[in-house]
Design a protein around this ligand. Structure first.
Ligand code: AMP
Length: 302
């Protein structure tokens, strides 16, 4: 079952305590799509400029990502420059040039309109809503957001939350959106805003899923070296939604398994800069780390 994702495709310049990289392909839709493509076909909706490298487009195609919804517009691809602190859960945006992404209005190709699995990555909540309006029968809808929209577009975001099944955000955003400092109280409040489940990403501390009657928590896979956390959240969401679409199951069991796959694939992306590690990742490596992940908390697994 394929997954539709709308989000950003940007060029990134990244600086971490371990080094830096200039103008490498990034963006929420890119990380999401590559991660999801290990599990399911993906339909991407985004906009890039006419400077977007052809070999990168070709790489996405080879991964089974449908690019009919990737609009190429005259002008430059969006650009983001980020710098991570010594504590890599913290980062600063040094530069953001939206370029052709600035007046992007997602227009779905007809072949996308019957998508059942949908992920609305972090863009203006009005536009996330417009994507939903163009779908004939969305089955499972996940969404992300960021502090900018929580502060500046709250009414649109609240309208959107009443239309989504899964809200996947980080702990800081959960606090800001709910007005609650405690993450459990924050999740309870967010569940009242509409989604069936809330998944809170806590960087190196892992992920917690809340539904009205269950809580499920996983750690992040313990790594000796984290080079670049960029895209970890979108990679988690991509592998999570991909695993769900592959299983065609939305039982508690299937969601928990998908959360572990999300955590596993996200643990790879941070091992190198940008998309580099995702580009060499194999299915065997995912499966091996999945087994290691499960044995992390298995008291009989020594
Ligand atoms: P994450 O680390 O999961 O928050 O995702 C980082 C990605 O988001 C980077 O590859 C950036 O290109 C992209 N990004 C940064 N700022 C924005 C923005 N304002 N709108 C859309 N995408 C952005």
């Amino acid at each position: 079952m394929s997954i539709l994702v709308v989000g950003s495709v940007f060029m990134d310049s990244l600086e971490t305590p371990f080094g830096s990289v200039e103008r490498t392909v990034g963006g929420s839709a890119t990380y999401f799509s590559i991660a999801a493509s290990f599990f399911s076909p993906v339909q991407m909706v985004a906009a890039v400029g006419d400077d977007f490298p052809e070999e990168e487009r070709e790489f996405l195609r080879r991964r089974g990502i449908d690019l009919r919804g990737l609009e190429t517009r005259p002008g430059k691809t969006g650009f983001w420059r980020g710098r991570y602190h010594e504590d890599m859960n913290k980062r600063d945006t040094l530069e953001l040039q939206l370029n052709v992404f600035g007046d992007f209005r997602p227009q779905l190709p007809d072949s996308y309109r019957d998508a059942r699995y949908v992920f609305l990555a972090n863009i203006d909540p009005e536009l996330q809503g417009e994507v939903l309006d163009q779908l004939t029968a969305p089955g499972l809808v996940g969404c992300d957001t960021m502090n900018h929209w929580i502060a500046n577009a709250r009414p649109a975001l609240e309208r959107l939350l009443s239309r989504v099944d899964l809200l996947i955000i980080n702990d800081e955003e959960a606090r800001q959106l709910s007005g609650e400092n405690n993450v459990v109280k924050a999740a309870r409040r967010l569940l009242q805003m509409g989604p069936e489940r809330v998944l809170i990403k806590r960087g190196e501390y892992g992920v917690i899923q809340f539904s009205p009657d269950s809580v499920f928590a996983v750690p992040a896979f313990p790594l000796e070296e984290v080079f670049d956390p960029t895209g970890a959240g979108d990679t988690f969401a991509g592998a999570f939604m991909g695993a769900l679409a592959r299983s065609r199951d939305r039982s508690e069991r299937a969601l928990r398994e998908a959360i572990v796959y999300g955590s596993v694939v996200a643990s790879f992306v941070v091992e190198d800069f940008g998309l580099a590690r995702l580009k060499t990742l194999t299915w065997e490596q995912i499966e091996r780390r999945y087994r290691q992940f499960v044995s992390l908390t298995d008291i009989d697994g020594a």
